[in-house]
Design a protein around this ligand. Structure first.
Ligand code: SF4
Length: 157
């Protein structure tokens, strides 16, 4: 929802703290996830993730979440799906060249990042979207990355 996602970006510091705590809890559950199987866990966790992040951030579940690096703003809401924005078409009032009624997603992302403890991550270069990950859980992917568990589909993933 548009108004909620803009509200969330204005409270990026709060959501950054909440997510960091949540991620610590998720990571501590790694042994359980491992026992059940990450592949088996992915669908139900992704369903919850979609509900929560969809409501708060209007996320598109690309599977490679950048919220923590983009001011708690989902770059997939950019009409050009710019992962490293903004494009050159931002209007002088900060609105999008494609959707003039909408503030540029990347203008909001930068503003949100200024509120965050780890806000300079927005200066990093985001990888291209891997469309094979669409709809899968970024939460679980982050835990797997931290624990060195291979990607689903890779050996032992
Ligand atoms: S102006 Fe911003 S939101 Fe619009 S297409 Fe360019 S980067 Fe995306």
């Amino acid at each position: 929802m548009y108004s909620v996602r803009r509200w969330a970006s204005r409270h990026a510091r709060f959501f950054e703290a909440v997510y960091n705590g949540f991620e610590a809890v998720l990571t501590s559950l790694h042994p359980l996830f491992r026992r059940i199987g990450y592949a088996r866990m992915d669908k139900p966790v992704a369903a919850v993730e979609k509900l929560v992040k969809g409501f708060l951030f209007d996320t598109k579940m690309c599977g490679s979440c950048t919220l923590g690096a983009t001011g708690m703003v989902c770059p997939m809401n950019c009409p050009k799906s710019m992962r490293n924005g903004p494009c050159g078409g931002v209007r002088s009032n900060g609105h999008c060249e494609i959707k003039p009624e909408m503030p540029c997603v990347w203008v909001d992302a930068f503003a949100g990042s200024r509120l965050m403890r780890d806000g300079d991550r927005i200066q990093g270069i985001q990888a291209m979207v891997d469309h094979r990950l669409q709809g899968s859980s970024s939460w679980l992917r982050e835990v797997r990355r931290k624990k060195g568990v291979p990607e689903i589909g890779d050996a032992a993933g």
